[in-house]
Design a protein around this ligand. Structure first.
Ligand code: AVJ
Length: 310
């Protein structure tokens, strides 16, 4: 249920991040029920190019991708959300089994119930779990040929070092004949990047600030969302968008088992979204032991979809 408190482990993880001098919260906590809906709205924004650019690449090259991946696979959709991206590829990919995975469990179950009606012949097994510390496939998922689907450049939430670790955990769960179809956001003009994460309507700001509301439910904290503001910008040195929430005034937050004073202007780091060049990401895949087979991009080179073999 959306309103329930977090487990002891979740409370400990969040408290630890709030108590260090440079406070931080994992971006996975952006996705409660409302956060998942706000992210859906972000995907419709004119400034947020990744979703529609990737969708255009799927539309133009889906048949090519299906040939590269083969049919009858077990398609494991990491961070599936509303499952719309995978569903758009079902007619071409023809998976035997679909395994959507998402931390926002209730939101995922709602989406899968609808999807199963549209595609009754595909066996669907939804997994409501957190894979940010590495992926482990449960035994309930049968041993078909596994293709991991990781679209949207969600890999950008990991640092490059963490991304290599994570990709290795996929290989450990894939089998020798497995594959990976992954979407990667590419480095581009800074103004385009900044606008994509700080849109005029303020939807990304609402999405970011909602993490504080979610925390109030998870750890019993008393964050007053109105006392915080949304900050997002591209950092060249690290090749990443950074998102923070910034205190508008000096304040103290209390929660079960802890408290923290924030000065005016002090920030909590909520998300990184790393951007790559096509080559830097291919190198990263190779470090994780993958062999890149194909790279598809849009004509502006804003986004890449990559097929790699285990
Ligand atoms: C879901 C992680 C791919 O980094 O672009 C969108 C999340 N954050 N706007 C991204 C996000 C702010 C998104 N990912």
């Amino acid at each position: 249920m959306q309103m329930s408190h977090g487990s002891a482990a979740v409370i400990a993880e969040i408290s630890a991040g709030l108590l260090v001098p440079a406070a931080h919260i994992s971006p996975k906590f952006l996705y409660d029920g409302l956060g998942s809906k706000l992210f859906e709205a972000i995907c419709e924004l004119p400034e947020y190019y990744p979703t529609r650019t990737e969708a255009a690449i799927f539309a133009a090259h889906g048949a090519d991708m299906a040939r590269a991946l083969g049919d009858g696979t077990t398609l494991i959709d990491l961070g599936a959300g509303n499952c719309a991206k995978a569903a758009s590829l079902f007619p071409l990919l023809q998976p035997a089994q679909y395994v959507p995975v998402d931390i926002s469990r209730d939101f995922l179950l709602g989406a899968v119930a609808q999807l199963q009606q549209r595609f009754p012949h595909i066996e669907m097994t939804a997994l409501g779990l957190d894979f940010s510390h590495g992926f482990q496939l449960p035994d309930s998922v049968r041993a078909g040929r596994r293709v991991f689907f990781y679209p949207g450049s969600s890999i950008g939430n990991f640092s490059p070092e963490q991304a290599v670790e994570f990709l290795r955990s996929l290989r450990a769960n894939g089998g020798a004949d497995g594959g990976l179809l992954i979407g990667v956001d590419l480095i581009k003009d800074q103004a385009l990047l900044d606008a994509a994460y700080d849109d005029a309507l303020g939807v990304t700001g609402a999405f970011n600030l909602n993490i504080l509301r979610h925390l109030n439910h998870l750890i019993g904290s008393d964050f007053d969302v109105g006392q915080w503001k949304h900050i997002a910008y591209f950092d060249f040195e690290h090749s990443r968008i950074e998102m923070h929430v910034e205190a508008r005034t000096a304040l103290t937050v209390h929660w079960h088992g802890g408290e923290r004073r924030f000065e005016r202007g002090e920030r909590i780091h909520t998300e990184d979204s790393y951007k790559y060049t096509r080559q830097s990401f291919v190198n990263l895949l190779e470090r994780a032991g993958f062999a890149t087979s194909r790279v598809w991009t849009d004509e502006d080179n804003w986004f890449a979809v990559i097929h790699a073999r285990m």
